[in-house]
Design a protein. Structure first.
Length: 74
């Protein structure tokens, strides 16, 4: 059900719906929360993850370019 809602609104926004799923929304929320320095515990309350290691995969993605060695070059 969530995937259909995401795809409906993504299509209305002109996005490529073949690259999106219901999981895209969940991943986006978790990534944004991590970018905004939310604690793992608070993120888990929203995402309903039971294992912090699952959430950490999103946090790593959010921090990928923080303090990057090539930061001044981009």
């Amino acid at each position: 059900m969530g995937a259909l809602i995401v795809k409906h609104y993504a299509d209305a926004a002109g996005l490529d719906i073949d690259k999106l799923s219901g999981h895209s929304l969940r991943a986006g929320v978790i990534t944004s929360a991590a970018d905004n320095r939310a604690s793992i515990r608070r993120i888990m309350e929203v995402s309903r993850h039971r294992d912090p290691r699952s959430v950490e995969t999103y946090v790593r993605r959010a921090d990928r370019y923080s303090d990057h060695a090539g930061d001044g070059f981009l």
